[in-house]
Design a protein around this ligand. Sequence first.
Ligand SMILES: [Zn+2]
Length: 65
Amino acid sequence: MEQGKQLVKIDKWFPSTKKCSCCGAEKPMKLFERTYECSCGYVADRDYNSAINIKNEGLRLLALS
Ligand SMILES: [Zn+2]
């Protein structure tokens, strides 16, 4: 274990692919949809949007602990 690092467990049901990483809104995402387009105007690659959501959720959980 490296010093100064914390393991954060993200709930496996966390809706990372459905959530807009810009405004936090959620919408259904079909499996074949590769691009996330939100009504707020945010457009990003599905996996990229998901990765940002997971990072943000990790930071949020860290802040709570
Ligand atoms: Zn949005």
